[in-house]
Design a protein around this ligand. Structure first.
Ligand code: CA
Length: 225
């Protein structure tokens, strides 16, 4: 079954070129030319990934992202940000986006990111991974903490699972980018840092003094057994 990509973008020319290329790669596409329609389709159309512009009529991209996350949606979201707006990258990640790509983008890079951010459905459900009150269920992609469910986005889940699979082993941000985000990455590493911070806010009693996901200064991050 084809993966469905929701394109939320008000520049019709960009929508058309995205649509053309995504369809050629075998994806199904849905388009929204304003923010309200984008949020509505994000809620109801069950997309496998959302390409989300920042500046949109009616409702902005950050707000759409935040609302979907607040409602518990785990759909992968890639923000389309303007290159000159350096802050947009971090705002998008803080709002719960998984990744961003700056305009103007190369179509090859965008397609690579779409592919990398859509969950590998063929991934076999392994046994639950557990540690210090946290349990990850790979069959259902759910996390529970001391018996209570925790809402994680797909990338947060992937990152936590990756760290938990090798407790006490320290991974550099570059390694995490490559293993968890699935592509050689030549941008900055804030994507990793922000996702770590969001994970801590969800699973740590005191995110400022984490007990599970720890920083090895100057080296990287690890899951403490
Ligand atoms: Ca726009």
């Amino acid at each position: 079954m084809a993966n469905k990509v929701l394109i939320v973008e008000d520049e019709r020319a960009i929508v058309e070129i995205l649509k053309f290329n995504l369809v050629r790669e075998g994806y199904e596409t849905l388009e929204a030319l304003d923010g309200e329609t984008g949020l509505e389709l994000g809620r109801t159309a069950d997309p496998d990934l959302i390409l989300l512009d920042v500046m949109l009529p009616k409702l902005g991209g950050f707000e759409i992202c935040r609302q979907l996350r607040d409602e518990g949606s785990a759909v992968p979201i890639i923000m389309l940000t303007a290159r000159e707006e350096e802050n947009d990258k971090v705002f998008g990640l803080e709002a719960g986006a998984d990744d961003y790509i700056t305009k103007p983008f190369s179509m090859r890079e965008l397609l690579a990111r779409v592919k990398a951010n859509i969950r590998r459905r063929s991934l076999d459900g392994g046994p639950a991974v557990s540690g210090t009150g946290l349990v990850l269920d790979e069959d259902n992609y759910t996390a529970t903490r001391d018996g209570a469910p925790v809402e994680l986005t797909q990338k947060e889940f992937d990152l936590l699972r990756f760290l938990m699979q090798s407790p006490d082993k320290v991974f550099s941000r570059e390694e995490l980018m490559e293993k968890v985000w699935n592509y050689g990455y030549f941008g900055d590493m804030r994507t990793v840092d922000v996702t770590i911070r969001r994970l801590r806010e969800k699973i740590e009693d005191d995110p400022g003094k984490p007990r599970h996901i720890l920083t090895k200064r100057g080296v990287g991050y690890y899951f403490a057994r």
